[in-house]
Design a protein around this ligand. Structure first.
Ligand SMILES: Nc1nc2c(c(=O)[nH]1)N=C([C@H](O)[C@H](O)COP(=O)(O)OP(=O)(O)OP(=O)(O)O)CN2
Ligand SMILES: [Zn+2]
Length: 123
């Protein structure tokens, strides 16, 4: 089994509805996103999935979030744009984009800061 990992970042604002504290107020983060995919079969030149393709897919997903007020994004109309929900959303969008490739998304980590991260791991 092989695992590839790529990273991206985006800047966005959010507020956590129902949070008892300052995080209920509008504020922003420079979010860091780390994504890993797994697969068993390498192609004829020894590649599981071209990093270029993986980075492109992640950039496309991140572009939908960058410089947005995340609470107004359709995915977060009801669910809070917490790091946990963002990680799951990015996982779901990446699965769609990578469906034609011989890999499975194995984890998505979203960090609000260097010291606070949430990871979504599919069952
Ligand atoms: N499990 C989660 N907890 C919190 C989330 C989250 O998405 N998942 N989000 C927040 C807020 O977004 C807040 O902006 C972050 O709060 P915090 O990490 O406390 O940020 P501080 O800079 O204030 O951290 P300190 O280390 O306490 O200074 C809150 N929790
Ligand atoms: Zn926050």
């Amino acid at each position: 089994m092989f695992e590839l990992t790529v990273r991206e970042e985006f800047a966005a604002a959010h507020q956590l509805r129902g949070y008892e504290g300052a995080c209920e107020n509008l504020h922003g983060h420079n979010w860091q996103v780390e994504v890993s995919v797994r697969g068993k079969e390498l192609n004829e030149i020894g590649i599981l999935l071209d990093f270029k393709e993986l980075k492109r897919a992640l950039r496309e997903v991140v572009a939908e979030l960058d410089h947005r007020f995340l609470n107004e994004h359709p995915a977060f109309g009801k669910e809070n744009p917490s790091s946990e929900n963002l990680a799951r959303y990015i996982y779901q969008r990446l699965c769609e984009k990578l469906s034609g490739h011989p890999v499975k998304v194995s984890r998505v980590t979203v960090c609000e800061t260097e010291r606070a991260c949430a990871t979504y791991l599919p069952d």
